[in-house]
Design a protein around this ligand. Structure first.
Ligand SMILES: NC(=O)c1ccc[n+]([C@@H]2O[C@H](COP(=O)([O-])OP(=O)(O)OC[C@H]3O[C@@H](n4cnc5c(N)ncnc54)[C@H](O)[C@@H]3O)[C@@H](O)[C@H]2O)c1
Length: 283
């Protein structure tokens, strides 16, 4: 199965990173979002990230130009889908929005196109049904920041074919990543472990047990984590953290995953983390 062009839908922090590692692997990428302006902003993020590497002497300026020349921002989904062998979806963590998008893409794309979701928590098997090609549907869960983090969780839905799984494992390796194949279940492996820890850290802060800095320092020094859970929440985006917890409650029925009220209040106030300039910390 050869993959020579990838459509990335959702040009936010994850989508831009996915387009970047695609182009760095020598594969053409098209970025689409809710408007051309949004898609171009995603391309701008990639350009900025590559410029930082050039400034630090870690990449030649010509290499940056050649990577950027492989990424196109598309005005709409129809134009973006033309010629793509694989679609990687990285829109907001909203089950209804994703379901709607897969239905639209199923109409636009030819039946052999593979569909992959970068979802953090939503069922691959249920999105596969919306896509009307369950055997060609898979989870490709990149970590944040995409260009730096080694892991990709490759999530097999109930109907995902062996050949599609093999093709995605091979693609992840071509992108310089370490793929781990996991089964479809709420929040998969990394977030099943990390998101409850973040939620517990938010409760710890809300109960006044320590400050944000104090909680993060305890986890960093006490557990040898490079980043504290509240700083990690700011990196992920608090809206995404709450959405993942809601999916975990809905999928498992287990109230232990209920989002901390402080997280909900911060989302309501627009304190979404790094992407908003303020979360548990100011940026
Ligand atoms: N943030 C993380 O650390 C992280 C890590 C791994 C996976 N993810 C997952 O990646 C996905 C995207 O997360 P993000 O952090 O990049 O979010 P983000 O808010 O930075 O970007 C989301 C983008 O999707 C666009 N979008 C929303 N609805 C759309 C639609 N219907 N059609 C086209 N574009 C649409 C938005 O305009 C925005 O540009 C989510 O599913 C999230 O769970 C996030």
């Amino acid at each position: 199965m050869s993959i020579s062009k990838i459509l990335v839908v959702g040009a936010g922090q994850m989508g831009a990173g996915i387009a970047q590692v695609t182009a760095q692997a020598g594969i053409d990428a098209t970025l689409a979002d809710i408007s051309l302006d949004h898609a171009q902003r995603g391309l701008g993020r990639v350009s900025k990230a590559l410029s930082r590497l050039v400034d630090k002497g870690r990449m030649a300026a010509e290499q940056k130009d050649s990577i950027l020349s492989r990424i196109t921002a598309a005005p709409d989904l129809e134009a973006a889908a033309a010629g793509a062998d694989l679609v990687i979806e990285a829109i907001a963590e909203d089950p209804a929005a994703k379901s709607d998008l897969w239905g639209r893409l199923a109409d636009i794309c030819t039946p052999e196109v593979i569909f992959a979701s970068n979802t953090s928590s939503i069922s691959i098997t249920s999105m596969a049904r919306d896509s009307r090609r369950p055997d060609r549907f898979i989870g490709m869960h990149f970590m944040n920041p995409v260009p730096l983090m080694q892991l990709v969780e490759v999530v097999r839905g109930l109907e995902t074919s062996d050949s599609v799984c093999d093709a995605i494992v091979e693609l992840a390796r071509k992108m310089g990543k370490e793929p781990v194949v996991v089964s479809d279940s709420a929040a998969f492996v990394v977030n099943r472990i990390a998101i409850p820890m973040i939620n517990e850290a938010a409760f710890t802060l809300m109960e006044g047990i320590s400050t944000a800095e104090g909680i993060d320092t305890c986890v960093k020094l006490g557990l040898n984590h490079p980043l504290g859970p509240l700083a990690l929440a700011d990196l992920i985006g608090l809206d995404t953290v709450v959405s993942i917890l809601e999916v975990m409650v809905a999928e498992t029925g287990d109230p232990k995953y209920r989002p901390c009220p402080l997280l909900r209040r911060m989302v309501a106030a627009g304190r979404l983390g790094r992407k908003a300039g303020q979360g548990f910390y100011k940026y």
